[in-house]
Design a protein. Structure first.
Length: 165
């Protein structure tokens, strides 16, 4: 995988700007604009927020808990975040591949541990165990031979697994 320092620096710059600086600048801009263009021009609002410093303290004390609640709700209580992750997995072939590989590795490890437990108890593997292992082996073999980062086999595998839930 080639490393291009120019594009990497551009990526890191955009991340730093959009996640940190733009956020801070937007918050400062919103506080400044709303106070000096709106609150100062309305006497009733000026009574509630007599100074810029008090305005900041009040807005921050209300805004931070409110925004934490909204963020928590977004991630834990709504389907919005799940939908975002679904779109990211569907649109990113590397993420699809990692997700499928993780699922396959989990299933493979569970079967291996089951076999080891039986063998450690001096039990023989049943015909059903052997058929299950053979079926899983063939499934993995077919998937690994036919899939690539451009076709839809990984997403089809994931959809099939989700349908089982």
């Amino acid at each position: 995988m080639g490393k291009n320092p120019g594009f990497r620096a551009w990526f890191y710059f955009r991340q730093g700007w959009s996640v940190y600086f733009a956020f801070i600048f937007a918050a400062i801009n919103m506080l400044t604009v709303t106070y000096f263009l709106a609150i100062e021009n309305y006497p009733t609002l000026k009574e509630v927020f007599p100074s810029f410093e008090q305005y900041i303290i009040i807005i921050v004390s209300i805004g931070i808990p409110l925004l934490v609640t909204v963020g928590y709700t977004h991630f834990k209580r709504t389907h919005a975040f799940k939908s975002e992750v679904d779109v990211l997995i569907e649109s990113n072939p590397y993420q699809k591949r990692n997700t499928v590989n993780g699922e396959i590795n989990l299933r493979l490890n569970l079967q291996l541990v089951s076999m080891l437990l039986k063998l450690s108890k001096k039990e023989n593997l049943s015909e059903e165990d052997t058929q299950e292992i053979t079926k899983f082996h063939n499934e993995i073999l077919t998937l690994s031979k036919e899939r690539n980062l451009k076709n839809s086999l990984d997403i089809n595998f994931l959809k099939k697994e989700i349908a089982k839930l």
